[in-house]
Design a protein around this ligand. Structure first.
Ligand SMILES: NC(=O)C1=CN([C@@H]2O[C@H](COP(=O)(O)OP(=O)(O)OC[C@H]3O[C@@H](n4cnc5c(N)ncnc54)[C@H](O)[C@@H]3O)[C@@H](O)[C@H]2O)[C@@H](O)CC1
Ligand SMILES: [K+]
Length: 510
């Protein structure tokens, strides 16, 4: 599913108006009507008090249509116009008149006005700014936003919480409406998924507003939300007359004294994701642990007790996964260097492997093209340096990906796969997966897909999706707290099967 930028959304709105031969006013009426239908359905009775804060642009216009329809249905409605500028849109003005025709006189708030106190039992609708916000809120509007945030009332933001930009994070992180719920229109926005901005969204609902399908189809995107429908076509069938040699031989390299379990987790995860053959390389101290914990794996040990080297490797693997628990000492470095020099196929580099790349940047130049890096935020900082906000972080990842021809799997609540200029935002996973070993499992999953000759980008996207889905299926059974990394491995099979199962549809669709 495509994620669009502001200009693209405006363009799609415009093309919808043209192709459906409607006016901007009619589109706004349609938007307001869908908003009303949705809200009306959520509320038990028309006794509910609803307080709307409407800006003077089209987001405010949407709010005014909603206010009128709520009023006509018998809700107790108060409207505050946040009079932040001169540029009142036609949509705002027309709907202001219609509201007045229905005998509702809004209260105009401007710089010197008192802000209204809100009651706990009121619902606040934030229609101050939508996607049109381009610069910081003026001081009094920022104060109003902070005032609303301090109140106990439940806040529903229209389209986006006011104060959030679509492409940068505001300087003042308190001058953003903290919504309990956001109702947006048909198209996902990147801010719904970034750690820094998503916390202002609350619950999320997208309403279908009948935008022109062809305009959406034709509009080029560089950001994608990866739902089940998007990843399903990536899956490749296993052939009836195949054998283990058909599904690749992966080499998982890592571990040190006290950190052998991570290699065991990656190896098991790879086996549960369909790799044909798997060999683990660990320091000698890991011999018994690996052989006992993963009998399906073959094992090569280094000839050092507690550290890695490649002395005993006597085969050419199809794919190498390096990093978990490997340490960042000289032996780990030489091991990684040797592996990179002996490998032509894309690799997967995780954890200490990424720390080693940061420590020895010369290694980065040697990486096979389309190698996959799976950093968590701390490792990413070591690799890229710091960033100013989540948008800057993504720009830095894109630049790194383009410069070094690698894929970055940016792990988080919504893991994002960065491939040159494109971003693929994952939709599965849950907070229960914030647990030791979860990342090792992901490395194993993606490695297994690489070994099965999935293209590295497809392996990353599908791997991230399946890993998150397995975690979701565990959480459905066991909750978040009890979830451990081994559970994710155990549910990989169910995650694959779920790709082919019908999704349960919500009872009602507005
Ligand atoms: N274009 C359309 O046909 C549709 C627009 N819709 C609504 O329209 C919204 C976008 O409307 P607008 O483009 O009018 O923008 P907004 O209503 O988000 O903002 C209003 C205007 O404020 C100005 N502005 C930006 N930053 C400011 C600041 N810090 N202080 C003061 N003024 C500032 C900008 O000129 C902006 O256009 C969407 O979020 C959505 O709610 C929907 O009705 C769907 C259809
Ligand atoms: K808003």
């Amino acid at each position: 599913m495509k994620i669009f930028d502001r200009e693209q959304i405006y363009q799609i709105d415009k093309q919808t108006i043209q192709s459906q031969n409607i006016t901007q006013d009619e589109l706004m009426e349609r938007v307001g009507t869908r908003l009303f239908a949705w809200l009306d359905e959520q509320l038990p009775s028309t006794d509910q008090k609803i307080v709307l804060f409407c800006g003077v642009g089209n987001n405010g216009g949407d709010g005014l249509v909603l206010a009128r329809l709520l009023l006509l249905k018998g809700y107790e409605v108060t409207v505050h116009v946040v009079n932040f500028g001169e540029g009142r849109t036609e949509g705002f003005l027309k709907n202001l008149d219609r509201l007045k025709e229905n005998k509702l006189w809004p209260n105009f708030i401007s710089e010197d006005s008192d802000f209204p106190t809100l009651q706990e039992n009121e619902i606040v609708i934030d229609a101050i700014f939508g996607i049109g916000l381009t610069h910081s809120l003026s001081p009094w509007v920022a104060s109003l936003v902070k005032h609303i945030n301090k109140q106990a009332a439940y806040v529903i933001a229209i389209d986006v919480p006011s104060g959030l930009f679509l492409d940068k994070f505001p300087d003042d992180d308190e001058a953003i409406i903290q919504a309990n719920f956001t109702v947006s229109f048909q198209l996902y926005k990147l801010i719904f998924f970034l750690p820094q901005t998503a916390k202002y969204i609350g619950g999320l609902r997208l309403l279908n507003i009948g935008l022109d399908a062809e305009a959406i189809h034709k509009s080029m995107a560089s950001k994608f939300l990866m739902t089940k429908n998007d990843v399903l076509p990536l899956y490749r069938n296993r052939a009836k007359f195949s054998h283990k040699g058909s599904y690749g031989h992966a080499l998982v390299v890592g571990g040190s004294y006290g950190k052998i379990g991570c290699v065991s987790l990656s190896s098991k995860a790879a086996l549960r994701t369909g790799v044909g053959k798997l060999t683990a390389l660990v320091p000698s101290c890991g011999y018994q642990i690996l052989q006992t914990s993963v009998p399906e794996a073959m094992l090569v040990t280094s000839n050092l007790e507690n550290e890695l080297n490649t002395e005993n490797i006597d085969f050419i693997p199809d794919v190498v996964c390096f990093g978990m628990g490997a340490g960042t000492g000289e032996n780990a470095y030489i091991t990684l260097l040797n592996l990179i020099e002996d490998t032509k196929n894309p690799m997967l580099i995780d954890a200490d492997g990424i720390n080693l790349l940061a420590k020895h940047p010369g290694l980065i130049e040697k990486l096979p093209e389309k190698t996959i890096l799976t950093p968590h935020p701390g490792e990413l900082i070591r690799l890229l340096g710091t960033w100013t906000d989540d948008f800057d972080k993504l720009e830095k990842c894109k630049t790194f990906s383009k410069t070094h021809k690698v894929i970055i799997v940016l792990k988080g609540a919504h893991t994002i796969v960065v491939a040159e200029d494109n971003l693929y935002v994952n939709t599965t996973g849950n907070p229960g997966m914030a647990t030791a070993g979860s990342g090792d499992v992901l490395s194993g999953v993606i490695t297994a897909l690489l070994a099965q000759q999935y293209d590295p980008l497809m392996a990353s996207i599908l791997g991230v999706y399946l890993h998150g889905k397995a975690g979701d299926l565990v959480a459905q059974q066991n909750g978040y707290e009890a979830l451990i990394a081994s559970d994710i491995i155990a549910y990989m099979g169910k995650a694959f099967i779920s790709l082919f199962q019908e999704e349960q549809k919500p009872a009602k669709e507005v």
